[in-house]
Write a protein that binds this ligand. Structure first.
Ligand SMILES: [Zn+2]
Ligand SMILES: [Zn+2]
Length: 116
């Protein structure tokens, strides 16, 4: 398999090749899921720690005129593409986002039921 060349951080476009990291988009990926290049993103140390902290959510690697394009968004911001097109559905951080909005709906229901 051809190795993914580290050219720049796919989130902030930093080009210092010496400090760039490889990051597995879906951790503990087995051979049946997005293994290989489409499960790997190239990140600088800053963006890498933001991804692991959950402040940046990676949606997946999409084809583009450059060959590939990493889709991502910052926590609390509007995702660039609608959720049904997200490639990384197994990403626990992506699932957390959906869970949060469900919790908010449940909370408002409880309030309206409380008549005391
Ligand atoms: Zn970066
Ligand atoms: Zn990582």
């Amino acid at each position: 398999m051809a190795k993914l060349v580290k050219i720049k951080c796919e989130i902030c476009n930093l080009t210092d090749k010496k400090i760039l990291h490889y990051h597995h988009i879906i951790p503990q990926c087995d051979a049946m899921c997005h293994n290989g290049k489409n499960n790997i993103s190239i990140l600088c140390p800053n963006c890498h720690s933001s991804v692991h902290a959950g402040d940046i959510i990676i949606i997946g690697v999409y084809p583009s005129s450059d060959g590939r394009c990493l889709m991502w968004f910052k926590k609390g911001e509007e995702p660039p593409i609608s959720k049904e097109f997200w490639l990384v559905k197994d990403n626990p951080l992506v699932l957390t986002i959906g869970g949060e909005s469900d919790d908010l709906e449940n909370m408002s229901d409880e309030k309206s039921d409380n008549k005391e």
